[in-house]
Design a protein around this ligand. Structure first.
Ligand code: NDP
Ligand code: ZN
Length: 196
């Protein structure tokens, strides 16, 4: 069998993801089809200059976690690189939620750079959704906690792609302001002084 072209890898990923997530909706009040989020993540990656396997992984990134697709199935349908990228951004659902969220923060700096790009694109899409259509019933505090946790994850990924990191920062800055401040980036260093 001929090796699939890059266009085929991406379009087959879109097709695979749309079918597997057919009955899943986003949690936001707009209850958008889940594939809207997947297409957003894939498009963010393509705009960031990602290769075809990485854009395909953008479409597929929630298939193992949410649709019981296996790593082996992704190797069979795509290739090992795509399957590994998806595995890198998949939580172990056997663990309690708090632990899963902590592990994302701890693992982020050790992921391969392309998986870090995928993580940032996922968080960018989720913050975009939280600003436009937050899940019904999420208090201001819960939304604020999500923004803070996403920032901690992205903190460990940002060296992989400055453009995606900057896009994340712009969304983070649009959050409803709570008490905590940003701990990274271009904040003015109050100790810096060359006056003396
Ligand atoms: P969830 O994991 O339940 O929900 C967030 C996830 O839902 C996202 O990561 C995303 O998954 C997916 N999602 C689907 N639709 C949307 C949408 N419209 N907007 C954004 N995300 C969407 O939430 P958390 O457990 O992360 O809760 C957020 C924070 O709130 C946590 O930091 C937690 O500590 C805290 N919390 C507070 C509670 C409270 O009552 N105050 C209760 C529980 C948690 P994907 O990444 O797969 O695309
Ligand atoms: Zn996602």
């Amino acid at each position: 069998m001929n090796r699939p072209t890059e266009i085929q890898v991406v379009t087959r990923a879109a097709d695979f993801a749309a079918r597997r997530h057919t009955h899943q909706r986003r949690k936001g009040e707009a209850a958008e089809p889940y594939v809207n989020h997947l297409a957003h993540v894939a498009a963010l990656l393509a705009d960031a200059g990602a290769d075809a396997n990485l854009v395909a992984a953008g479409y597929l990134h929630d298939t193992i976690e949410d649709q019981e697709v296996t790593h082996a199935e992704l190797i069979e349908a795509f290739n090992l690189d795509v399957a590994d990228l998806v595995a890198h951004v998949t939580d172990d659902k056997r663990l309690p939620k708090d632990r899963r969220k902590r592990l994302q923060v701890e693992h982020a700096p050790h992921l391969p750079p392309r998986a870090q790009m995928l993580k940032m694109a996922d968080k960018i899409s989720n913050l975009t959704a939280l600003l436009a259509s937050p899940p019904a019933g999420w208090s201001t505090q819960r939304r604020a906690e999500y923004f803070e946790w996403a920032r901690e994850v992205v903190e460990g990924c940002r060296t992989a792609h400055a453009g995606l990191a900057g896009m994340f920062d712009d969304l983070y800055d649009k959050r409803e302001h709570g008490s905590s401040a940003r701990s990274h980036g271009s904040t003015i260093d109050s100790h810096a002084s060359d006056a003396d």
